[in-house]
Design a protein. Structure first.
Length: 152
């Protein structure tokens, strides 16, 4: 919700086309993943970027960095839900896939357009988002995320 609501043009587009919500949330997860890194054990001797990693070694996978890899996404540092949808590591992969990812996506895709519509209906002159922004090294999320009706 933080990413989708902090860019004023995202709610504006969702007002005109709520069907964009799934693409918005896929991009939100790529651009600002809730989990920024994980530890994994290497299952076989391998080499990555010129560095040898032995079987059993602990590896820190930086999900936030991987999800902004310019070799995978053009202009990866930008939030752009109209880009070609490619799988990201935001919700894990393989046996480490988040079990709640599909429920979270369904809830978020339904909630965002309804939230925008409700705020617009309650206060057609506008609303502002009040948040302290995402924080945390491993798990990132805002401490609070509130919508204040009116312009103050």
């Amino acid at each position: 919700m933080y990413t989708a609501l902090t860019d004023p043009w995202v709610p504006a587009l969702l007002r005109t086309d709520p069907s964009l919500a799934p693409a918005v949330f896929q991009e939100c997860w790529r651009w600002e993943p809730p989990l920024t890194w994980v530890f994994r054990r290497c299952t076989t001797d391998t080499e990555l970027a010129g560095r040898k990693i032995g079987r059993g070694e602990l590896v820190c996978v930086n999900l936030a960095s991987a999800n902004r890899d310019d070799t995978r996404w053009s202009h990866a540092h930008l939030f752009d839900f109209r880009r070609e949808p490619l799988p990201s590591l935001a919700m894990g992969t393989g046996p480490h896939t988040c079990l709640g990812r599909h429920l979270a996506a369904a809830e978020a895709q339904e909630l965002l357009p309804e939230l925008i519509s409700a705020a617009d209906s309650a206060w057609p002159m506008g609303w502002t988002l009040h948040t302290d922004g995402p924080a945390g090294r491993g798990f990132r999320s805002p401490g609070h995320l509130g919508i204040r009706l009116g312009s103050t």
